[in-house]
Design a protein around this ligand. Structure first.
Ligand code: GLU
Length: 473
């Protein structure tokens, strides 16, 4: 927990909210309604572990019901507490609004250390937690839809769906009660990489503006940009791989639980992942230097810093040591509100969490739509499009008297598969949202940073919903 502010993470999120609210021109009552968490469900349940019973502390917070269902991941961590889950649920509301995903925000948390548990124990806890949610009407495709977060993944989502089905087997849309499921169990292609891919699309768009980059002393484009990543979990790993393989960027430093490494010439993320699997550590990776403290990753010389681990990592005590020109918050809340002020004074561009890491919930939305439609994306139109393109290519060949090569023909006539549509939908979402935020930053007086602009984008949309309901003037 940060020493920066007295309430920690939740206070930091609320402080950022207040900063934006002050320049929003919205009625005070409406702002208060948006800011507060609507429902907080705190639960305790016993689980037999070995010969003992352990009492598990867990939460589900629904921050805003202005759109339903509510949506957000479930976190398994020993550090889970009510304030943290409330802060994360609040961020989900703003995140969904920014990327036009029609959900309210929610988040779950179970206070356990998954590393220290066996798979059957984790399964037992997940199923019991789901049963508690069902009992209180806190889960359902039209009510509240969980997803993976720190410490959980597709395996846990499959257990949640199975538990839900055993209570509500006859519900036609039951598969939409949770997202991030394995692909063969009503999941969607591209959900696992989605947050990391979204971070890449966000960065690619942000570094494409000449004047913005010139102000930072950088060239446009991802090619050759040096990057440091804190955390090699699902988000950090996919961000690194995609920036490297599709963007041509150079990952100079990576940090994990056991330490950090540095190589000016670049670290191959896939090879590093394999090395960690084999040796149990990222340290001693061929060609890279070990760094004594894992937090040093935040201070290395690079163009882009990507904190992809937990909240409150950049604080008043280390913010001034950041050398990156751009910080992309792949994690939720990695910069405290106080540290942000320091970074902004230093001229650092901060791409805020509620925009940058919204790729996960965006593809969750696609998965939910797939579940409600009971059909994979692309099934109806792929062949039709393919045949149309083939006819067009044939026509061009006949008219010109020339033949198009096989490789080119395949590229030109391909109909979209589910993964192509998911990636295209995600890219479109990240680009459109960035342009909205950037326009607010450039056009609206008194708004000086991207986080405040992102908040304003969210507040404008959420308040329109409330006003349409006639609850507020
Ligand atoms: N846990 C992810 C987040 O913080 C994904 C949430 C979701 O897909 O619902 O955005």
């Amino acid at each position: 927990m940060s020493k920066d502010n007295h309430g920690g993470f939740l206070a930091s999120v609320n402080r950022n909210f207040d900063k934006a609210a002050a320049v929003s021109n919205l009625p005070e009552g409406l702002l208060a309604q948006i800011k507060e968490c609507n429902s907080v469900y705190q639960m305790r349940f016993p689980v037999k572990i070995g010969n003992d019973y352990k009492v598990i502390e867990a939460y589900r917070v629904q921050h805003s019901h202005h759109r339903l269902p509510t949506k957000g991941g479930i976190r398994y961590s020993q550090k889970v507490n009510q304030d943290e889950v409330m802060a994360l649920a609040s961020l989900m509301t703003y995140k969904c609004a920014i990327v036009d995903v029609p959900f309210g925000g929610a988040k779950g948390g179970v206070k356990i250390s998954p590393r220290e548990m066996t798979v059957p124990q984790l399964q037992k806890i997940t199923r019991r937690y789901t049963a508690e949610l069902i009992r209180k009407n806190f889960i359902g495709p039209g009510i509240d839809v969980p997803a993976p977060d720190y410490g959980t993944g597709s395996r846990e989502m499959a257990w949640i769906l199975d538990t839900y089905l055993s209570f509500k087997g006859g519900e036609i849309d039951a598969a939409g009660c949770v997202t991030g499921k394995p692909v063969h169990q009503n999941g969607i292609q591209g959900r696992t990489e989605a947050t990391g891919r979204g971070v890449y699309y966000a960065l690619k768009e942000a570094v494409s503006y000449k004047d913005d980059m010139a102000a930072l002393g950088l060239e446009t484009g991802m090619e050759g940009k040096t990057i440091a990543i804190q955390g090699l979990g699902n988000v950090g790993y996919h961000t690194g791989v995609i920036c490297q393989e599709e963007g041509g960027s150079i990952i100079v430093s990576v940090a994990e639980y056991e330490g950090a490494i540095y190589n000016k010439k670049g670290i191959d993320i896939k090879a590093l992942f394999k090395h960690r699997k084999e040796t149990g550590s990222i340290l001693d990776f061929p060609g890279a230097k070990n760094m004594k403290q894992r937090k040093r990753v935040l201070e290395v010389d690079c163009d882009i810093l990507i904190p992809a681990a937990l909240e409150s990592q950049i604080r008043v005590d280390n913010a001034h040591k950041v050398k990156a020109k751009i910080v992309a918050e792949a994690a939720n809340g990695p910069i405290t509100a106080e540290a942000e002020e320091i970074l902004l004074k230093m001229g650092v561009m901060i791409l805020p969490d509620m925009y940058v890491n919204a790729g996960g919930v965006t593809v969750s939305y696609f998965e939910w739509l797939k579940n409600l439609s009971h059909m994979r994306f692309g099934r109806m139109e792929k062949r039709f499009n393919q045949n149309t393109y083939l006819n067009l290519v044939g026509l061009v060949e006949r008219l010109t008297g020339k033949t198009i090569g096989v490789k080119e023909r395949n590229l030109l006539t391909k109909g979209a598969d589910e993964i192509d549509l998911v990636r295209s939908g995600l890219e479109e979402t990240m680009i459109t949202s960035y342009r909205q935020i950037r326009t607010i930053l450039k056009k609206r007086k008194k708004i000086e940073d991207l986080r405040t602009a992102a908040f304003i984008s969210a507040l404008d949309k959420i308040s329109s919903d409330y006003m349409a309901l006639g609850i507020f003037p």
